[in-house]
Design a binder for this molecule. Structure first.
Ligand code: MN
Length: 238
């Protein structure tokens, strides 16, 4: 049987004016039995619709902060760099690919924040000034070294998948979920209460995690997450 093809949202480097990609996202999909294709950065609705016909699932990658305009709030001075093209492209991908076609989707870091924003939740625009915490959520390199613990919500799909009640994860995020969207359910939280994983119960597979499993492919939990995602993409193939 043909392997599932996973569309990967492109990264954007504003200094180099360039689209780019981190190999860990692609290697993790391949290791889990899928074929990744990096999508072009486009906001052309027709092109995105046609591209959606080529893929069996979508990986929403990390990157710039999500614009607060997506959830109807003013942009604070402390908000980080934005990427309007990514916000626009991912909005179309999510509405047409995930909500309309029920394509499996996995969101990493910005990906989780984006899912929450597009579904009506809100974000901390700048964690260091907006949330008092003893944890550092924007760790220094090396990023493959775990920096804080997350606790699984008992009996959540993530808890069932990993078979663990706690997990050490890396943490390289400037924003995070503030109010969780009604259509999302939390699956894991940091000791300071921040939501670190959530999913959409009504969909075959729409999961987001706040940490970066693609940087730690040698961790059991990273492989299990990508395998669960790619398996859902394979199961949904027509
Ligand atoms: Mn964190």
């Amino acid at each position: 049987m043909n392997k599932p093809i996973i569309g990967v949202t492109p990264l954007w480097d504003s200094e180099k004016d360039s689209v780019w990609m981190l190999p860990g996202y692609l290697q993790s999909i391949e290791a889990a039995g899928g074929i990744p294709i990096v999508l072009p950065l486009t906001v052309d609705q027709g092109n995105i619709t046609q591209l959606l016909g080529l893929v069996d699932g979508l990986l929403f990658t990390g990157g710039q902060d999500v614009s607060p305009t997506l959830y109807g709030q003013p942009i604070l001075q402390q908000c980080g760099e934005l990427c309007p093209a990514r916000d626009s492209q991912e909005t179309i991908l999510f509405q047409e690919g995930v909500l309309a076609r029920h394509l499996p989707a996995f969101g990493i870091c910005r990906g989780l924040q984006f899912f929450n924003s597009i579904l009506g939740g809100t974000l901390y625009q700048d964690l260091p000034t907006q949330k008092i915490s003893e944890l550092i959520h924007e760790q220094k390199p090396p990023y493959e070294v775990p920096s804080h613990c997350v606790s699984m919500i008992p009996d959540s799909p993530l808890h069932q998948l990993l078979g663990e009640t706690a997990l050490m994860v890396n943490s390289c995020h400037h924003q995070a979920v503030l109010e969780l969207a009604d259509r999302l359910t939390a699956m894991a939280a940091a000791p300071d209460g921040l939501i670190e994983a959530a999913y959409m119960p009504e969909m075959p597979f729409v999961w987001g995690v706040q940490w970066h499993p693609e940087i730690t492919p040698e961790h059991d939990a990273s492989g299990k997450l990508f395998t669960a995602f790619v398996s859902a993409c394979a199961a949904g193939k027509s």
